[in-house]
Design a protein around this ligand. Structure first.
Ligand SMILES: Nc1nc2c(ncn2[C@@H]2O[C@H](COP(=O)(O)OP(=O)(O)OP(=O)(O)O)[C@@H](O)[C@H]2O)c(=O)[nH]1
Ligand SMILES: [Mg+2]
Length: 250
């Protein structure tokens, strides 16, 4: 089973190499693509060093200018689907160790019976750390809101740590995803669900890096709330019928 882990980066020079090492240590059939938006801190150069350290297992997708996490990941998935390696499983995860690579085997186990697996802070065993009061509340409320207006049967729709079977991404209509902020995660999950795929969650520990303030603007928040409310009308209310996933060969 060939696995591709996509890591979006913007100014992650200190994290990216240690992260690549930890991801590759999770299995011999795992490759890593770093989708960097021309980070001024030299993240790209650090990735090139990792490419020399692990020949054939690491790629740099240099996108040149800052275009947002979501856009970088979607572009990498498109490229990954067309890649001759024929990847069976795709992951996305943050570069700042908020998402720890040691959780990857747990995702892979669940992907034996599910099409898309979300690393969840809000299922039993999941947790977060180092957060102030505002952000966990905002995140929790956002997830409750999404559950209410969109009805996707997962607890942590906004989590950016996830694994997809190839078929889920092949069916995904990337070009319909217009807003490239934090709603990308909700919209991808909605598309997977409406396309009839089996969604699952594994508990993760989300370790937040210490930062002064939330980078979300109020405009981004309003646009996200509106977009979630429209998902049902844009994509339909009910999942298509689809045969249950076959066991993936390992
Ligand atoms: N390619 C790309 N990656 C990005 C961009 N913005 C953020 N990222 C990456 O996306 C991931 C999540 O971004 P973070 O900055 O950690 O966002 P956050 O977790 O909400 O905020 P923090 O509290 O700062 O950690 C990290 O790996 C970032 O390097 C971007 O514009 N382009
Ligand atoms: Mg982060």
């Amino acid at each position: 089973m060939k696995v591709l882990v996509v890591v979006p980066t913007y100014n992650e020079v200190d994290n990216v190499r240690p992260l690549i090492r930890e991801i590759l240590a999770q299995g011999e059939t795992i490759d890593v693509w770093v989708a960097d938006d021309g980070s001024p801190d030299g993240t790209g150069a650090a990735v090139r060093e990792a490419m020399a350290e692990f020949p054939g297992r690491v790629e740099l997708i240099d996108r040149g200018h800052k275009g947002g996490r979501g856009a970088a990941v979607l572009a990498s998935f498109k490229k990954g689907l067309a890649d001759p390696h024929g990847y069976d499983i795709f992951f996305e995860m943050d570069a700042d160790f908020s998402h720890h690579p040691r959780e990857i085997p747990k995702f892979l186990a669940k992907l034996q019976t599910h099409d898309m697996v979300i690393g969840s802070r809000y299922v039993e065993g999941g947790s977060t750390s180092e957060w102030g009061a505002a952000r966990p509340l905002l995140s929790w409320m956002a997830n409750k809101y999404i559950a209410l207006v969109a009805g996707v049967p997962v607890r942590d729709t906004t989590s950016g740590y996830r694994g997809y079977r190839r078929a889920v991404l092949e069916q995904c209509d990337f070009d319909r995803i217009k807003i490239k902020g934090y709603v990308v995660h909700g919209e991808m999950a909605y598309q997977a669900w409406v396309n009839g795929f089996q969604l699952g969650e594994v508990p993760i520990h989300f370790k937040n890096r210490v930062r002064d303030a939330s980078k979300l603007t109020s405009e981004e928040i309003y646009m996200a709330l509106l977009n979630f409310a429209l998902l049902r009308f844009r994509y339909g209310f009910r999942p298509k019928k689809r045969a249950r996933p076959a066991e993936v060969r390992s």
